[in-house]
Design a protein around this ligand. Structure first.
Ligand code: PHE
Ligand code: FE
Length: 257
């Protein structure tokens, strides 16, 4: 895994050290931001578009402390800086306490179009704006608690698929058509237009058990997306106790990805 893990404790939280970013890094972030900004008006969901406008974060890599101050006021979430991907238990524990872990490092210029691991641009641009939406914020909090429970039930694989097909690659139906709310889509130069406009991928109605039975691929555009009607639907349909659902999903053969 990329990133410096030597300075982090058991919760993996580190200092962002905002002053250490170079002018080149801020400029690269700005270029990423500008490219995505051209795509979002037609492809991102309205909640995301509304939230990013209030963040004043186009000029360079944001200082997480400033964003956290705004976020705390609006939905009671805050950002914590982390070296990169962190283990499930630490990740779920942060979410369960309304803390969103954001990677501190930025990709290199030659990785402009694609990186295998989340960097600060993906984490910030993709994930953070929707934390300003009250319903989405509550859902992610529930997801964190559900993650700790899934660990006890040996069901993290199933819950991770839910995260993948919603928080990372989810689509939502709006009056203007299908739009992206998944962070992996919002931060992608190619897949953001593809997921909304390309005739090839399947766009299936949100179905919790089907999602849990559908494996995913991390190294190509998705062949299927799941479309929610609203964040209310997501909150409501993930509220029931998953214990019997995990048992059922385990007993039914898996979809082929
Ligand atoms: N309802 C889930 C459970 O009982 C928890 C959860 C909520 C999981 C929201 C994901 C999203 O395990
Ligand atoms: Fe992500």
């Amino acid at each position: 895994m990329r990133g410096d893990y030597t300075r982090s404790g058991p919760d993996f939280v580190i200092e962002q050290d905002w002053t250490a970013y170079t002018a080149e890094e801020h400029a690269l972030y700005r270029r990423l931001f500008e490219r995505q900004s051209k795509l979002v008006p037609r492809h991102a969901c309205p909640e995301w578009i509304e939230a990013i406008a209030g963040l004043d974060c186009a000029g360079g890599i944001p200082d997480f402390r400033d964003i956290s101050a705004k976020l705390r006021k609006q939905t009671g979430w805050e950002l914590v800086a982390v070296p990169g991907l962190i283990p499930d238990e630490a990740f779920f524990t942060h979410l369960a306490q309304r803390r969103f872990p954001v990677t501190v490092w930025l990709r290199r210029p030659e990785e402009f179009d694609y990186i295998a691991e989340p960097d600060v641009f993906h984490d910030f641009f993709g994930h953070v704006p929707l934390l300003f939406d009250g319903i989405y914020a509550d859902h992610l909090h529930e997801y964190g608690k559900g993650g700790l429970k899934a660990m006890r039930l040996n069901a993290v694989t199933f819950l991770a698929r839910l995260y993948w097909y919603t928080i990372e690659f989810g689509l939502v139906r709006t009056k203007a058509g299908v739009r992206a709310y998944g962070a992996g889509l919002l931060s992608s130069g190619g897949e953001l237009a593809y997921c909304v406009e390309d005739p090839r991928p399947q766009r299936l109605a949100f179905n919790l058990e089907r999602i849990m039975r559908t494996a995913y691929q991390i190294d190509r555009y998705q062949e299927r997306y799941f479309v929610i009607d609203s964040f209310e639907q997501l909150l409501r349909e993930t509220a029931p106790d998953f214990t019997p659902i995990y048992a059922r999903v385990r007993s039914i053969p898996m979809e082929v990805a």
